[in-house]
Design a protein around this ligand. Structure first.
Ligand SMILES: [Zn+2]
Length: 314
């Protein structure tokens, strides 16, 4: 007697049933419980984490493992602030890649979706924008407001601003949401005529995913629900009525350092202590960028870098 075939989720974009490409992944950062598969659409190549947690489960997971806990004014946060305000930070971004769009200058209203405690808002304002944030975590939003910024705490789906934005930033956000097409469609409606969305997210079709395999930091189950290639991300944008302006890749040294920490030290059900060690991470980052710089640049130019950087117009 044959066993019933295990069914897999349908693709968000084309409705095809996906095929598992990796099985039994666990949370290698925080030690959240559960095992997850990565399932790929045979038609369009969009990959997803399966099973996908429900809205309620995600809320609980974020509250327990992820959320900003109100740390401010510590030696570490002060040092980070000073570093980010220094010319050294701009130099580092130039070499390493600007996955949060902190170097882009411009004018007009900018909304940073998931602005945390507002470190990015300070930098966007310094680059000429009237920056505002959207942040569901009340504690983090309160910190951002202390810096003098307007921060909205509604869910994006329910957010109705009085005036449109010239730029909406989705820096490492889209892969976390249950419906990226719905999110982008909503963002499209927030933009002024000629407005842009700036997106960064992991590149599931890059060299680093292949090299690290199941130890790739950006599977990040169960928090990353979607794993985009340049092709599948372009398709998501088309569905949301965006036109692609630019797509490129970069490879943050932090992500390489974190993938190494996963490969060396991840244990199911336990927080990854090595990854939380600032000296270890900083040392690995400097080594990766210092030793591999020209080669990383080559990979990035061939669209093989670890992070996709996208500009699209409404
Ligand atoms: Zn598909």
């Amino acid at each position: 007697m044959s066993r019933p075939r295990k069914s897999h989720p349908k693709c968000l974009l084309c409705g095809q049933e996906g095929r598992p490409v990796l099985a039994g992944l666990f949370d290698d950062r925080f030690g959240a419980p559960g095992l997850y598969d990565i399932v790929k659409c045979p038609s369009c190549g969009l990959e997803q984490t399966w099973p996908r947690p429900s809205e309620r489960q995600l809320k609980e997971l974020y509250e327990r493992f992820y959320n900003y806990g109100g740390e401010a004014g510590t030696t570490y946060t002060k040092l980070r602030e000073r570093l980010m305000a220094s010319p050294l930070y701009q130099l580092w971004l130039k070499a390493d890649g600007d996955i949060s769009f902190h170097m882009r200058s411009g004018a007009g209203r900018l909304l940073d979706v998931g602005c945390n405690e507002g470190r990015g808002l300070t930098l966007y304002a310094g680059q000429g924008f009237q920056a505002e944030g959207l942040e569901l975590n009340e504690q983090a939003a309160a910190q951002a407001r202390k810096r003098g910024f307007t921060v909205h705490t509604q869910a994006l789906a329910k957010f109705t601003p009085q005036r449109p934005y010239e730029v909406v930033v989705l820096a490492n956000v889209l892969e976390h949401v249950r419906d990226p097409v719905a999110m982008l469609s909503k963002v499209r409606r927030l933009l002024s005529s000629g407005g842009q969305v700036w997106i960064s997210c992991p590149n599931a079709a890059g060299f680093w995913r292949r090299l690290f395999g199941r130890h790739w930091i950006n599977w990040h189950v169960p928090f990353h629900l979607w794993h985009f290639s340049p092709q599948s991300l372009k398709e998501v944008l088309v569905r949301a009525d965006f036109e692609l302006i630019e797509i490129k890749t970069c490879t943050p040294a932090l992500w390489l350092a974190q993938s190494l920490c996963v490969a060396l030290a991840a244990r199911a059900g336990r927080a990854n202590r090595v990854m939380r060690s600032a000296p270890v991470i900083a040392g690995l980052m400097l080594a990766a960028r210092g030793l591999l710089h020209p080669w990383l640049g080559n990979l990035d130019r061939q669209m093989q870098g670890d992070c996709l950087i996208v500009t699209a117009g409404g």
